[in-house]
Design a protein around this ligand. Structure first.
Ligand code: G3P
Length: 217
C-alpha cells in the first residue's frame, strides 16, 4: 500500500519524508490556505521532497478553466498529479488529460457510481472521502469495498486512494479492503508507529538490560 501525506505543511512533510516510508503527497485548496503560503512555491518545495506523486488541485469549475490551470500546475515538476473534482466538468477535463497520459486524481468521491464514472474517464486515482462519509452517518469504508469490487469486476486500473482519513483504524480497514493508497494527515502517520504494548515492552527491556551492566558497543 502506498502511503501519501495529506498536507501542504512543507517542514512537516520534510520531516516525514526522512522516514523513507512516504510515497507521495496530496494537497487541496483548504490545505494550501491553511499553510498561508503561495501555491506554486509550496508545491515546488513539496515535489522536491518526495519522488512520488504530488496532487495539486485545480479550482476552476468549468473544464476549460481546469485544463488551463492544469497546464500551469504541470509545469511545476514531473511528479505533479492533477486533482479534479468529481463533477461533470471535472470528468470532462479528466478525459482530456488522461488522453495525454497526464495523471489525474479525481477527488470528492462519495459514491461507488461516481467512482465508476471516474474510472471510465481515465482517472489514475480516485479519492473516496471516508472520514466525511462517517461524519455524515454513513460507512466510509463500505465505499472503499464497493469501489474495489467494481474496479476488479471490470479490470479498471484506477488506483483507490482512501482520503479524509482520521485515524489508524481507517488505515487498517482501507488496507484490508484493498485500497491501493491512503493519504493521511501527518499526526495520523506518526500515530501508526505507536502501541501501548510497544512502549511498555521497550521500557521493560531497557530496564532489564541496564541491570546487567553490559554494553553492546
Ligand atoms: O485531501 C482530501 C481529504 O483527505 C480531506 O480530508 O479531513 O478535510 O475530510 P478532510
Amino acid at each position: 500500500m502506498q502511503i501519501f501525506i495529506d498536507s501542504a505543511d512543507v517542514p512537516l512533510i520534510a520531516a516525514l519524508a526522512e522516514t523513507g516510508l512516504i510515497d507521495g503527497v496530496t494537497t487541496n485548496p483548504s490545505l494550501i490556505a491553511k499553510s498561508g503560503r503561495p501555491i506554486f512555491k509550496t508545491l515546488e518545495e513539496i515535489c522536491a521532497l518526495v519522488p512520488g506523486p504530488v496532487s495539486a488541485e485545480a479550482v476552476a469549475t468549468q473544464s476549460a478553466g481546469m485544463l488551463a490551470e492544469a497546464e500551469r500546475l504541470l509545469a511545476i515538476a514531473p511528479n505533479i498529479v492533477i486533482k479534479l473534482p468529481l463533477t461533470q466538468e471535472g470528468l470532462k477535463a479528466c478525459r482530456v488529460l488522461a488522453a495525454r497520459d497526464v495523471r489525474v486524481n479525481v477527488t470528492l468521491c462519495f459514491s461507488a457510481v461516481q467512482a465508476l464514472l471516474a474510472a471510465k474517464a481515465g482517472a489514475s486515482y480516485i479519492s473516496p472521502f471516508v472520514g466525511r462519509l462517517d461524519d455524515n452517518g454513513q460507512d466510509g469504508m463500505e465505499l472503499i469495498r464497493e469501489i474495489r469490487t467494481i474496479y476488479d469486476n471490470y479490470g479498471f486500473d484506477t488506483e483507490i486512494l482512501a482520503a479524509s482519513v482520521r485515524h489508524g483504524g481507517h488505515v487498517r480497514e482501507a488496507a484490508l479492503a484493498g485500497a491501493d493508497c491512503v493519504t493521511i494527515p501527518p499526526a495520523v502517520f506518526t500515530g501508526l508507529y505507536q502501541h501501548v504494548l510497544t512502549a511498555q515492552g521497550l521500557e521493560a527491556f531497557l530496564k532489564d538490560w541496564a541491570a546487567t551492566g553490559q554494553s553492546i558497543v
